[in-house]
Design a protein around this ligand. Structure first.
Ligand SMILES: [Zn+2]
Length: 470
């Protein structure tokens, strides 16, 4: 059993699989019209840690993480009929499908770079529209929804448990709580859209019993989680900003349709600040892994170590100085582990067993990762463990920490697949003597923290700080 803070229970609660064998978990995934920023990655890492904690304890995990490619809209954008995917498509001059495919690949690259274990399934919302339509129909049938002019709304007053997760009960919600234009078709201001009629300018649209339209964001997660994990599953994860309205609405939909509780436990990761402030494009503190690489921080596992130094449910402040310190610690540990590996194990080592017990207790006790990192330092400095025992302990713990402690510290980090693809494209451009294209690609590679040297044997990419672009 692993204990985590259950948002619904408002307490640290023991979680175990309902069927005693496989833990089923659903993780709210990325919206693929931009790169995942490091705050998103921190939330995905929390899901990875809880999963690794169960796997370390010998419990199998079946994890599903959705890819929102049908234009996740904030409510105000939603009501104006705009779609971030399309807005991005306008800016980037590509089709919505091309944008979604591009950023899905980038997301999977980030997952790999951060040593986040891949989910069993990454359902794309665009491929589950029939399941969403069925769910909306079920809610209509059970009297939890109503249709006006081709748009279907959830009737919050038909669901007495509304607000249980977030505390935003119907009587507490002000008419302008969603900061959207008042919709005269709604019976109550807290009602939300399940299915939206497509306006004339809408590019992504699907046929439905209510005319052409597209699904709301919340119905996506209800439909995909139940389609892949069944109508009762163990754990649902996301960021604290998902609690309301996204998860509150998801509960109303899933429980409204089935008539019973669907998610057994809710787990949420806290906000990440950067340089002491909320991350935003305008403040210049909005980072993804590519931005960090361009600033000379090309080891994503140092970001992972930095995140492990703060517990998932505490707000964290990201700074470049702290990232630099994490890089130095990681390099030092890898050098030490390399030197210790292969040394004989002391037998029997009661000291090693005691450390192992402490590590397990810290992980099982609400994922106390900062204490596990302190324990790593303690093991490194310990006088009562031999080098062989130290190497063995750290290698075992790395199954949870995911820091590649056995990796050669002095080898440069691997070149991302995205960059390798660009190197190949640049080589093709050079062969065509398209120098402008080749130079453009070189600049993009530099942004990814990758330099290319042209040698007689072909291009040689290597990790390296790009010239600083402040
Ligand atoms: Zn979701």
């Amino acid at each position: 059993m692993i204990a985590v803070y259950d948002t619904m229970a408002r307490a640290v609660t023991g979680v175990r699989p309902a069927d005693a064998r496989t833990l089923t978990m659903y993780t709210c995934g990325p919206t693929v019209y931009r790169y995942a920023h490091i705050g998103n990655l921190r939330t995905f890492l929390m899901a990875d840690l809880v999963r690794r904690a169960f796997e370390y304890a010998g419990v199998e995990v079946r994890q599903v993480q959705n890819i929102t490619d049908v234009g996740h809209m904030t409510d105000e954008l939603f009501d104006r009929g705009e779609d971030k995917m399309l807005v991005a498509a306008g800016i980037e001059n590509r089709s919505p499908k091309e944008i979604a495919d591009y950023y899905t690949a980038a997301f999977l690259e980030d997952v790999r770079a951060m040593n986040i274990r891949p989910a069993a399934d990454y359902p794309r919302a665009s491929e589950y529209v029939p399941q969403m339509i069925k769910l909306v129909a079920r809610l209509l049938e059970r009297g939890h929804a109503y249709e006006r002019d081709g748009t279907v709304y959830f009737d919050v007053r038909s669901f007495p448990g509304y607000g249980r997760l977030s505390g935003n009960t119907i009587d507490r919600l002000r008419p302008d709580h969603r900061k959207e234009i008042a919709d005269p078709n709604k019976r109550h201001h807290a009602d939300f859209v399940l299915w939206m009629r497509a306006g004339p300018d809408r590019a992504i649209r699907f046929p439905s019993p209510w005319g052409e339209g597209y699904p709301g964001w919340h119905i996506e997660c209800s439909a995909m989680s139940m389609a892949l994990l069944g109508e009762s599953f163990d754990l649902h994860t996301g960021g604290v900003d998902n609690i309301f309205p996204h998860h509150e609405d998801e509960i109303a939909q899933s429980e409204g349709a089935t008539g019973h509780r669907v998610v057994r436990h809710w787990l949420h990761g806290e906000h990440l600040l950067a340089e002491g402030r909320k991350m935003s494009k305008s403040a210049g503190n909005f980072y993804d892994l590519r931005d960090l690489a361009a600033r000379g921080h090309g080891e994503p596992l140092a970001v992972r170590l930095l995140f492990l130094q703060c517990r998932y449910r505490a707000q964290m402040n990201f700074t470049m100085d702290a990232l630099g310190a994490a890089e130095r610690a990681l390099t030092r540990w890898r050098r030490l582990v390399a030197g210790w590996t292969g040394a004989p194990l002391a037998s029997p080592s009661h000291a090693a067993a005691a450390y192992e017990d402490r590590f397990r207790a810290l992980i099982a006790g609400d994922l106390d990762t900062p204490a596990t990192i302190a324990l790593v330092s303690e093991v490194v400095a310990s006088a009562d463990l031999g080098p062989g025992d130290k190497a063995a302990l750290l290698a075992r713990w790395d199954a949870v920490l995911g820091l590649d402690l056995a990796r050669d510290a002095d080898a440069s980090p691997p070149i991302p697949a995205e960059a390798l693809e660009l190197v190949a494209r640049r080589e093709e451009a050079r062969l065509r003597r398209d120098w402008a294209e080749a130079d453009g690609i070189r600049r993009r590679l530099a942004e990814l923290g990758v330099q290319v040297e042209d040698t007689p044997e072909g291009p040689k990419p290597r990790r390296g700080a790009a010239p600083t672009t402040a």
